[in-house]
Design a protein around this ligand. Structure first.
Ligand code: AMP
Length: 390
């Protein structure tokens, strides 16, 4: 499946001021960046633009500040980006206004600057047209490379594209191509692995994926609603009662495609120091299931290793806690061993794969949690729709 939008390859950027929306929404602890993957993933686009003689004006959001809040300043990102690029990245004290405009006008070809957090202005998330126009007034061309924010129609992702010629960056293109190809024309067997807490969050993903996949492996908290629908007692495990009807209907429609856990790790609570493995028919009334068991992990792993395309979204258990992390780790290891195309949805799943040191072993680890989920739901992403067609 070809990417349907223009990219920076299709436009002349020499001598132009180019406004680039990145996803620099990185985790910070006391002002220190704890994971710079999103910054590193943005480098190919930024380098290309600089090398081709553009003056590059970068913008992003960081966290969910309410108004101006220095804890959410992008300053540390400007510093880190400068280190990675090996050249100075100027930092603007705001993203709009006269001072920022003057800085942008003074920027020369081959130079880069980063604007302060666009979410310091409430107009950003409201997709305010005047605010979008002010952002657009800084440049001659807009590049959207923020896949992780593409599911939001905000001023810096969607609004600004109405006021400037708008094309995709390399990261945006790469994300859409990997996910798009897997969904539209997968090499088979095509296996999807879903986990995480709530079925209701993934109903549309299940609906969109089921007709396309050869097998759907379900673990994590959401598996217990499926087990309950099959008539098992699941003790104090997570139950998404409102999704029971939906789960019943897909189990009736596709009984052979859906694989559920046959054993799980149960404990008193997420804070328990150990768990006990039991068969799913034997979950005690007073315990909760917090991970898939060894037999399930082996069955899932075999399916994954035998697949030509695997998409994984959602951890198999409470992987943040060591006693309940083994199932998620086993799936990550099976993905790493798989010779086919392996794609990890962003968010928690990407964090898990990163934690186990296996991110480099995957074909593609998405930088976007919500965005990749919406893509897997089959939804159009507003930040992509707004770009010029190829
Ligand atoms: P989601 O955002 O829906 O992908 O859910 C991710 C969260 O689900 C992680 O924080 C996991 O700790 C949690 N989770 C996974 N399995 C279970 C489980 N069996 N019981 C409770 N929470 C779980």
């Amino acid at each position: 499946m070809a990417f349907q939008k223009k990219t920076i390859r299709d436009v002349d950027v020499h001598g132009k001021r180019v406004l680039v929306r990145c996803d620099f929404n990185v985790p910070l602890e006391n002002g220190v960046i704890t994971d710079d993957r999103r910054i590193r993933e943005s480098l190919p686009t930024i380098r290309e633009l600089l090398n081709r003689g553009a003056a590059v004006i970068l913008m992003s959001h960081l966290g969910r500040p309410e108004g101006r809040d220095e804890r959410y300043s992008l300053k540390p990102v400007a510093v880190r980006l400068g280190e990675l690029l090996g050249r100075e990245v100027r930092f603007a004290p705001d993203c709009v206004g006269e001072e920022v405009k003057a800085m942008a006008s003074a920027l020369k070809p081959g130079e880069a600057m980063l604007l302060e957090n666009v979410r310091f202005h409430e107009e950003e998330t409201k997709n305010d047209p005047e605010f979008a126009q002010q952002l657009a007034s800084l440049a001659d061309l807009f590049v959207n490379d923020a896949f992780g924010s593409a599911h939001r129609a905000h001023a810096s992702t969607e609004g600004v594209a109405h006021y400037l010629p708008a094309v995709a960056g390399f990261l945006m293109e790469k994300e859409i191509q990997y996910l798009g190809r897997a969904l539209a024309d997968p090499s088979r067997p095509f296996v999807a692995v879903l986990g995480g807490a709530k079925v209701s969050d993934k109903i549309q993903v299940v609906e969109n994926l089921l007709p396309k996949v050869d097998a759907l492996l379900i673990g994590g908290g959401m598996a217990f609603t499926f087990l309950r629908a099959k008539g098992l007692t699941t003790g104090r495990s997570l139950l998404d009662a409102e999704s029971l009807d939906f789960v019943n209907s897909v189990l009736v429609e596709s009984p052979d495609k859906i694989l559920l856990p046959t054993d799980v790790v149960v404990a008193d609570s997420v804070d328990s120091e150990t768990g006990t493995e039991v068969r799913v028919e034997e979950i005690p009334e007073d315990k909760m299931g917090l991970d898939i068991g060894t037999a399930t992990a082996a069955t899932f792993a075999a399916r994954i290793e035998g697949a030509s395309t695997v998409i994984w979204n959602g951890p198999m258990g409470v992987f943040e806690k060591e006693p309940f992390s083994k199932g998620t780790k086993a799936i990550a290891e099976a993905m790493a061993r798989c010779q086919g195309v392996t794609i990890v949805g962003g968010g928690d799943t990407a964090a898990a794969v990163e934690k186990f040191g296996l991110a480099d072993k995957m074909t593609h680890v998405s930088t976007g949690g919500g965005a990749s989920l919406e893509f897997l739901e089959g939804k159009a992403l507003p930040g992509v729709v707004a770009l010029q067609d190829a």
